[in-house]
Ligand binder design. Structure first.
Ligand SMILES: C[S@@+](CC[C@H](N)C(=O)[O-])C[C@H]1O[C@@H](n2cnc3c(N)ncnc32)[C@H](O)[C@@H]1O
Length: 322
């Protein structure tokens, strides 16, 4: 298996913002919860020989490619790549890497959400309608804990499918597509990406079938989010990461669509109102890729980066007001 190289979105911005407050001449720990091709993880290591990284991924291809790269670059004493869904990270990391907490916690934690280029380019993973492949779409395709897209398409009720396509795909033809899927699957189980693409294509009015966006884009996005429980996992995880940060440590999250960005924005806002752990949101507006980055990598055009910092107490300036 060759792992498709992945362009790391907003790389410089993430590394600079997360490492800005790292104390000079001391070891600092960073977590990269979405290792993928390792672009962000390795950049921390290249930036400073005192930086240590703890990374996770749940995708078997990303993991085997990562282990090989870590060995080839002889960096195994500075980076640990953990095979897990990042939902479990807050629970396992204290036992896995106690040295991080002896050092006060993480200086920076990064999440670069969603799937990687490898997922879209590896035909048999079923993420892309560009290839005919089994409808799988599990990032962790070795796990039986996730339903495949095929299981969802062939088992959800008509109203369940309609709601899924509306909520996670913002698909205008959701009802028509759900009805048609239910009609077709009685005749024959829907098993492949091309079979599904063909059904969706014919649910679109003729004049909209050849637009800039393929008619299947939104339904495929909705299925992918459902298969991997992406929004639920994200919501469950963010607040649990804050106690892992040292004071002055930062959490940076790159999202790629409005559903994810809304979750990040709202959880950050609520965290800033919290009374037990104090945080400040550093990005009132999200940081976006430059025109040059978008030109080099069109996938980055929808990226939004939000950052928060764990602080000692709320709004230090209030202390001096009285
Ligand atoms: C956008 S890619 C990250 C690319 C990476 N930053 C780079 O520069 O190469 C997202 C990666 O996170 C992984 N991932 C997504 N959700 C995950 C989760 N809940 N737990 C663990 N890994 C996850 C995916 O398998 C994928 O490899």
């Amino acid at each position: 298996m060759k792992y498709t190289s992945h362009y790391s979105v907003l790389k410089k911005e993430c590394i600079d913002l997360l490492s800005e407050k790292a104390p000079a001449g001391e070891v600092s720990f960073f977590a990269d919860l979405t290792f993928g091709g390792g672009g962000h993880s390795f950049e921390f290591l290249y930036k400073n020989p005192l930086f240590q990284v703890r990374s996770t991924d749940q995708d078997p291809d990303a993991l085997s490619n990562g282990y090989l790269r870590i060995e080839t670059e002889k960096l195994s004493d500075r980076i640990k790549l953990i095979n897990t869904n990042f939902e479990q990270f807050p629970e396992i990391i204290r036992n896995h890497s106690p040295e991080v907490f002896l050092n006060g916690g993480f200086q920076g934690i990064l999440m670069d959400l969603g799937v990687s280029s490898h997922h879209f380019d590896e035909a048999d993973r079923g993420f892309s309608f560009r290839f005919d492949a089994p409808l799988d779409m599990r990032m962790n395709n070795k796990s039986e804990d996730f339903l495949t897209a095929e299981e969802i398409v062939n088992s959800y009720s008509e109203s369940g499918l309609k709601k899924l396509f509306e909520d996670y795909g913002e698909e205008k033809n959701a009802k028509k597509i759900a009805v048609k899927i239910c009609e077709e699957r009685i005749k024959q189980r829907i098993k492949t990406t091309k079979e599904l693409e063909n059904i969706i294509f014919h649910c679109y009015p003729k004049e909209h079938r050849y637009g800039k966006t393929n008619p299947s884009t939104r339904v495929f996005q909705a299925l992918r989010l459902e298969v991997n429980r992406e929004l639920e996992v994200l919501t469950n995880t963010i607040t649990q990461l804050i106690p892992l940060l040292k004071i002055g440590g930062r959490l940076a999250i790159i999202s790629f669509h409005s559903l994810e960005d809304r979750i990040v924005k709202n959880v950050f806002r609520d965290a800033a109102l919290g009374e037990s752990l104090f945080v400040e949101v550093l990005t009132k507006k999200p940081i976006l890729p430059s025109d040059e980055e978008i030109l080099n990598n069109s996938r980055s055009r929808s990226a939004k980066l939000r950052v928060l910092e764990r602080v000692e107490s709320k709004k230090l300036k209030n202390k001096y007001k009285q």
